[in-house]
Design a protein around this ligand. Structure first.
Ligand code: IVH
Length: 696
C-alpha cells in the first residue's frame, strides 16, 4: 500500500471506529461483533505506531493511554455555566410559570420541554471543527478544571462530530442536518456525566468479590472518577453522558428550540435523553413531571427531578436570570431519598434468638416526608466494611418500601475525632460474653436467661401468628419478667389474676379501656383460649431459629405432634419442603437443649400439647408451579397465611428463608433481614402487585 492509500485507509478506519463506537455506546445498537471491532482498532494502532506523526487528538486510540497529570489546569468557560432554581411540587412550578408569564406575555404561548434532571456531574465539552478538543468540570460556573483526558475515556462522548460522515452539511450534495443549520466551527455543549445504576451495582459487586471497598452511590463514584489524575483509572469506570445544552457556538447555527436542539445534538452523535416530551400547556408539563416522580425507578440512572424548560431558547435567554438561575427553566425536584445526617451513636438490640443487631441512632432528619431517627446498619460486618463510625456524617437512604438504612460515612466531612467502631464483647442487656459462630456474620448473646431475649421470646410467643394472646403488651411482659413471674414462656400458663393486676400499668389500663380487674380478666381469658391453638402455631411460638409460620405449618403436617417432632432427626426433617440442612440442624439443636426440654414439659403439663393441624395439600400445577417464594414484611392486600395460600393455590411454594434457589422475595412494608439476604444473593424482589400479575 503506498503512503497515500495508507493514509486514506487510516482516515477511513478512524471514521469507521467512531461510527461503530457510537452504534454500541450511544445507540445501544451495534452493527458488528466485538471481534470485528477489535480488528479495526488493531489495524488502526498498527498504522499509528508506524506513523506516529499522523495521530490526531480525535483518533479513537486517544481515548486511553494519556499520562497521569500532576494537577488539573483551570479553564474559563466561554459563558457562565448556570444552575437551576428548584420547585418542590406542582404549586411551586405554577408559581414559576406565573412569574415568567407576568414578565413576558409571550410565555403564555410558549411550549415546554420536560427532561430528566440527571444526578451526575455537569461537564462542558468543546468541539473545534467538529473535533473534541477540551472538556471541563463546571467548577464555580465561571472557571472549571480541564479534565479532557479523563473525558476522552468516556466512550459515549464523540471525539468527532458528526459521527456519521454523511451528516456534515459542509460537504456539498450531502444530506444536511437541518435545512438552514450549519454545524458551528466552535461548539461548546454541556451535559451530565453519570454511572448507570446497573453498571454501578455491577461495579460494587466486583469490588465486593475482590474484597475491596465498595462505593456509596453512583453520583459520588462518578465525581471521584472524573477527578482522577490518572485517566487509566477513569477509563475503568462505567461512565457515560447525556448532553442537553449548547453553551456557546461560533461560525454556524444552532436550533433555537430546545426540542429541536436535542434532536440536532442527537444527529451529530451526542447521546441525549429519550425521556423527553414537549408540551403546549404548563399543566400537561407538570402532569408529565409528576408521572415520572412515580416512575423514577424505571430510569436507568439516578434522577433527582425533572427539568421544565421553555422551548423557545431565545425567549428563555431574554427572560434573563436571578443570580445563577436562568428564569427560562425550573428544576422540579423529586422528594429526596438520600440525605446526610449525623450518626449520634450505635445501639445494640438483643433479638429473640440472642442475635445482637446494631442500630443507628441519628440526628433526626426528614427524608421524603418522614422524620427518620433510626436506621438499620444491617450487621457488624457491614459497619466494619463501610468503616462507619459514631459521630460520622452518614448518608441515609429511604426509598419506597425499604426501611431506612445507612449507606456509609461521608469521609470528607470527618473532623478526625471519630474512632472506628468495635462490636460489643458482651451482651448490652445481661452483660454475658457475646459469641460469634463461624460462617455467620451475626454476634449472639448465648445466655438463655438473658432478660432482653426473654422479653423478645415472650413477645414472639404471644404474637398474632403464634399463640395470639391479645392484651399481653410489652410493658406487662417486662413487668412480669422483672417480678420473676415469667422465667420462660411456659410460665404464662401459671400466671394468676393477682400477678397480672400487679403488672398492669397505667398505660395498659388506658389502652384497654376498663378497670384493671377487667384488663386482667380479659388477659386471663386470652391465655386460656390460647391453650387450644393448633400445632403449627405452637411450633411457630417456640421461636426456633429459621422456623417461621410457613415451615411450622409444613412441619406440623409431617409431624402431627410435638412428641414426634422432638424425636426426629435432621435427615427426616430435611424431607419436609422448605427445610434445608440449616433449619433441620436448628430444630434438632433446639429440642436437645436442657432448658427448652423443661419448657416443653411445662407446656405439656399446662395442656398446651396439640395434635395435628390438618392442612390441605397444595396445588401442584399452576402459573407458579416449580417456583419458590419467600415473604417478608407486611403486605397490604394479604395476611401472612393468605399470601401463602394464594401462592400455593397457583402451584408455587412458600418457604421461610432465602437462598440462591428462591425464585422471588415478596417484599412488604417494614421487611426483615430476608430482604438484605435476597439482595446479597441477587434473588429477584417483587411486590404484591407483581405477584398478582404473575398469576394473571
Ligand atoms: S439545564 C441553563 N438540564 O442540574 C441550563 N440541567 O441544578 C441549566 N442537570 O447544574 C441546566 N440534568 O448539572 C439541565 N436535563 C438537564 C439536567 C441538568 C441534570 C443538572 C445540571 C445543573 C443542575 C441544576
Amino acid at each position: 500500500m503506498d503512503e497515500q492509500t495508507l493514509q486514506q485507509r487510516y482516515e477511513d478506519l478512524k471514521q469507521q471506529i467512531h461510527f461503530h463506537n457510537h452504534r454500541y455506546h450511544v445507540l445501544d445498537a451495534p452493527l458488528i461483533s466485538d471481534a470485528e471491532f477489535d480488528k479495526l482498532a488493531i489495524e488502526l494502532r498498527q498504522i499509528e505506531s508506524a506513523h506516529p506523526d499522523w495521530v490526531t487528538p480525535d483518533s479513537p486510540s486517544q481515548r486511553a493511554g494519556a499520562e497521569p497529570s500532576e494537577k488539573f489546569v483551570k479553564v474559563r468557560h466561554p459563558r457562565p455555566i448556570l444552575s437551576l432554581a428548584n420547585a418542590f411540587g406542582g404549586e411551586d412550578a405554577r408559581g414559576w410559570y406565573e412569574r415568567v408569564r407576568k414578565l413576558d406575555d409571550r410565555v403564555e404561548k410558549a411550549r415546554f420541554v420536560v427532561e430528566p434532571k440527571i444526578d451526575g456531574l455537569s461537564v462542558v465539552l468543546h468541539y473545534r471543527q467538529g473535533i473534541f478538543v477540551q472538556g471541563a468540570t463546571r467548577g464555580d460556573g465561571e472557571i472549571g478544571e480541564d479534565i479532557t483526558t479523563n473525558l476522552r475515556t468516556v466512550r459515549s462522548i464523540p471525539l468527532k462530530i458528526p459521527v456519521e460522515k454523511g451528516l456534515s452539511n459542509k460537504m456539498p450534495g450531502e444530506l444536511p442536518l437541518f435545512p438552514d443549520v450549519r454545524i458551528p466551527e466552535t461548539l461548546v455543549v454541556r451535559g451530565e456525566v453519570f454511572i448507570p445504576i446497573k453498571d454501578f451495582e455491577a461495579l460494587n459487586k466486583r469490588l465486593e468479590e475482590t474484597g475491596e471497598k465498595t462505593y456509596l452511590n453512583p453520583r459520588n463514584t462518578a465525581a471521584g472518577s472524573l477527578r482522577q489524575l490518572d485517566p487509566a483509572i477513569t477509563a475503568t469506570r462505567p461512565l457515560t453522558i447525556l448532553v442537553y445544552q449548547v453553551v456557546y457556538s461560533e461560525g454556524g447555527q444552532v436550533p433555537y428550540s430546545q426540542w429541536e436542539l436535542l434532536a440536532w445534538l442527537k444527529r451529530l452523535g451526542f447521546p441525549v435523553t429519550n425521556v423527553v416530551q414537549c408540551f403546549t400547556d404548563i399543566e400537561a408539563a407538570i402532569a408529565f413531571t409528576e408521572t415520572w416522580d412515580k416512575r423514577r425507578d424505571e430510569l436507568p440512572y439516578e434522577a433527582d427531578g425533572m427539568v421544565i424548560k421553555i422551548d423557545d431558547l431565545n425567549l428563555a435567554a431574554e427572560l434573563g436570570f436571578v443570580g445563577k438561575d436562568p428564569r427560562g427553566a425550573i428544576a422540579f425536584k423529586f422528594p429526596a431519598r438520600e440525605v446526610t445526617t449525623r450518626l449520634l451513636r450505635i445501639e445494640v438490640e438483643v433479638g429473640r434468638t440472642g442475635v445482637l443487631t446494631p442500630k443507628a441512632v441519628l440526628e433526626p432528619v426528614e427524608i421524603n416526608g418522614v422524620i427518620v431517627k433510626n436506621a438499620t446498619l444491617h450487621n457488624f460486618d457491614y459497619i466494619a466494611e463501610k468503616d462507619i463510625r459514631p459521630g460520622d456524617r452518614v448518608l441515609v437512604k429511604r426509598a419506597g418500601e425499604v426501611i431506612p438504612y445507612v449507606i456509609g460515612p461521608v469521609v470528607e466531612l470527618r473532623s478526625g475525632a471519630e474512632k472506628p467502631y468495635n462490636p460489643p464483647d458482651t451482651c448490652p442487656a445481661c452483660g454475658q460474653p457475646a459469641e460469634h459462630f463461624e460462617d455467620e456474620v451475626a454476634w449472639y448473646c448465648v445466655n438463655a436467661a438473658c432478660p432482653a431475649q426473654l422479653v423478645r421470646n415472650v413477645e414472639h410467643f404471644v404474637s398474632k401468628g403464634a399463640m395470639d394472646i391479645t392484651g399481653m403488651g410489652i410493658k406487662i411482659v417486662e413487668k412480669l419478667i422483672e417480678a420473676g413471674l415469667i422465667r420462660d414462656v411456659a410460665d404464662i400458663y401459671s400466671l394468676g389474676r393477682e400477678d397480672i393486676l400487679e403488672a398492669v400499668t397505667k398505660k395498659e389500663r388506658k389502652t384497654e379501656k376498663g378497670p384493671p380487674g377487667k384488663v386482667a380478666d380479659n388477659l386471663l381469658a386470652a391465655i386460656e383460649e390460647s391453650r387450644r391453638q393448633p400445632l403449627n402455631r405452637v411450633i411457630t411460638a417456640l421461636g426456633i431459629h429459621g422456623v417461621g409460620e410457613v415451615s411450622a405449618a409444613d412441619l406440623s403436617r409431617h409431624f402431627p405432634s410435638l412428641d414426634l417432632l422432638r424425636a426426629t432427626s435432621t435427615e427426616q426433617l430435611q424431607m419436609v419442603d422448605g427445610v434445608g440442612p440449616n433449619i433441620a440442624e436448628a430444630i434438632v439443636d433446639w429440642f436437645s437443649r436442657e432448658r427448652n426440654r423443661k419448657v416443653l414439659e411445662k407446656l405439656k403439663a399446662a395442656g398446651v400439647w396439640p395434635v395435628g393441624m390438618g392442612g390441605q395439600p397444595s396445588a401442584s400445577s399452576g402459573p407458579l408451579s416449580g417456583m419458590t417464594f419467600v415473604v417478608t414484611g407486611t403486605l397490604a392486600g394479604f395476611s401472612r397465611e393468605g399470601v401463602k395460600e394464594f401462592i400455593e393455590q397457583h402451584g408455587g411454594k412458600v418457604i421461610d428463608s432465602v437462598s440462591r434457589k428462591t425464585s422471588a422475595l415478596v417484599l412488604g412494608e417494614a421487611p426483615g433481614s430476608k430482604f438484605q439476604k435476597a439482595q446479597e444473593l441477587g434473588v429477584k424482589v417483587i411486590g404484591e402487585e407483581e405477584l398478582r400479575k404473575m398469576v394473571g
